[in-house]
Design a protein around this ligand. Sequence first.
Ligand SMILES: CC(C)(COP(=O)(O)OP(=O)(O)OC[C@H]1O[C@@H](n2cnc3c(N)ncnc32)[C@H](O)[C@@H]1OP(=O)(O)O)[C@@H](O)C(=O)NCCC(=O)NCCS
Length: 190
Amino acid sequence: MTAAPSPRCERVVELSADELRARLPEAVRVYVTAMGYPRWATQQRIPIWSAHMSRAGWRCVAAFNERDELSGIGYGYSGATGQWWHEQVRRGMLERLPERRAREWLDDYFELTELHVHPETQGQGLGESILRRLLASAPGTNVLLSTPEGPTRAWRLYRRVGFVDVLRDYRFSGDPRPFAVLGRTLPLDT
Ligand SMILES: CC(C)(COP(=O)(O)OP(=O)(O)OC[C@H]1O[C@@H](n2cnc3c(N)ncnc32)[C@H](O)[C@@H]1OP(=O)(O)O)[C@@H](O)C(=O)NCCC(=O)NCCS
């Protein structure tokens, strides 16, 4: 018996906050499934994603398949003093980089907060399309992200798009996993 073909990606589009809000549980389920997290994590993440939508510089890009199901999602916003992720990364940079370098990274950056493609449609270049579309309209002179250490598809994607090491084997408070913080300047080369 042959496996059913994966649904094809139909469109990659920018979403407004209202458009994402209307499909938020579905979008968060893509994230939970892609990350292999338990289903209950969906309810936990919905209020966090909702709060992020009101941050300055927030942008979101989503992919839909031919059945109009959401098959990929990426979003981010302008990083700023007082945000949890910003303060964690700032602490790491000040421990490991010259202060001038930390300031260059953090003064005006877009935090790529989430990027996920449903496992059914991974490996077709969809993550790269979402990422490039998102960064094409992202505000800031830099983009920063964090990703777990290890050879993953996410790593291959970020390297392909020109991200360089900012911090390696970094521990965020409350998470035992080692992370990398990666960054690059904006805009992306076309
Ligand atoms: C990371 C992630 C978003 C990448 O999305 P993706 O759509 O699977 O990946 P890409 O867009 O990079 O494309 C993947 C592959 O398709 C190939 N590809 C690119 N364009 C293609 C095309 N037009 N047709 C077919 N294949 C294509 C690429 O060569 C790439 O191959 P490789 O991964 O073996 O090097 C996705 O795999 C995912 O959600 N992973 C789990 C969650 C996660 O780790 N998120 C990031 C957390 S920081």
